[in-house]
Design a protein around this ligand. Sequence first.
Ligand code: G3H
Ligand code: 13P
Ligand code: ZN
Length: 320
Amino acid sequence: MVSYKELGLVNTKELFKKAVAGGYAIPAFNFNNMEQMQAIIQACVETKSPVILQVSSGARKYANQTLLRYMAQGAVEYAKELGYPIPIVLHLDHGDTFELCKSCIETGFSSVMIDGSHHPYEENVALTKKVVEFAHKNDVTVEGELGTLAGVEDDVKSDKHVFTQPSEVEDFVKRTGVDSLAIAIGTSHGAFKFKKGTDPKIRLDILAEIEKKIPGFPIVLHGSSSVPQNLVKIINETGGKMADAIGIPEEQLRSAAKSAVCKINIDSDGRLAMTAAIRKIFKESPGEFDPRKYLGPARDSLKELYKHKVVNVLGSNNKA
Ligand code: G3H
Ligand code: 13P
Ligand code: ZN
């Protein structure tokens, strides 16, 4: 058993309490490799923001759970070396079984998500409660989910939005003992969130109703990339094919972050930033073959994107 405390990581409890009270959200950025980790830590140290480093099942398959855990441990030291020791959470994104959550808790994760949203309600309650009981014995915090997001949630596929029912949240939170709740209010994973010509809007009215049922309880938004059109343009101009990629307008996320939304998940925008930077270099310098010469600029572009998110979308700058 490796406790996250030995690694210098923190759970989400205090961070969420302060975020809800302060009207901002903590960034939850996915990472799969060293460059992403460096960009996240550099951006959050420079803006003095706490951060949640999150590991999806895709990331575990790609990079190995143990390596990612050691990288998070390295991130704690890296932040100190950069001159400002920010609070860092290591979080399992979209955990789908009790066994997976348990293995992450036993190997140094400080927070886990158990995503039982695709199960019938009572099964979701039972599974989430089981994870919470184990996690809390180890002072690890747990995120549950109610409602499903359109698109792909790792291996969990759904092709339509099923918004979170405000009438269920109080019962779910009470019976499971979760520390935070991910809700479905019209966000979705990936870079194609809305059809061209439709209004890219999330249901802030449902969020308000949910907040009335569980005042001050930490709410999480998945699928919160905004798909910056300048990045899509670069990708399309350099040989990519991402016609009609559309995300969540940043103003809507900013207004959600001012309420009880205290964790906002962003992955796809980072993928776009890296892809745009690499495509541009390959187009402009076709002779380049040193990975540092394209991964380095991709990392810098990612860092700028994350700084922008922290300051202009989440409002978590100077909260570390
Ligand atoms: O929730 C989805 C995240 O963007 C992670 O996706 O499994 O492809 O790493 P992934
Ligand atoms: P995006 O695909 O919108 O970045 O969402 C990421 C996410 O929710 C990770 O859990
Ligand atoms: Zn997600």
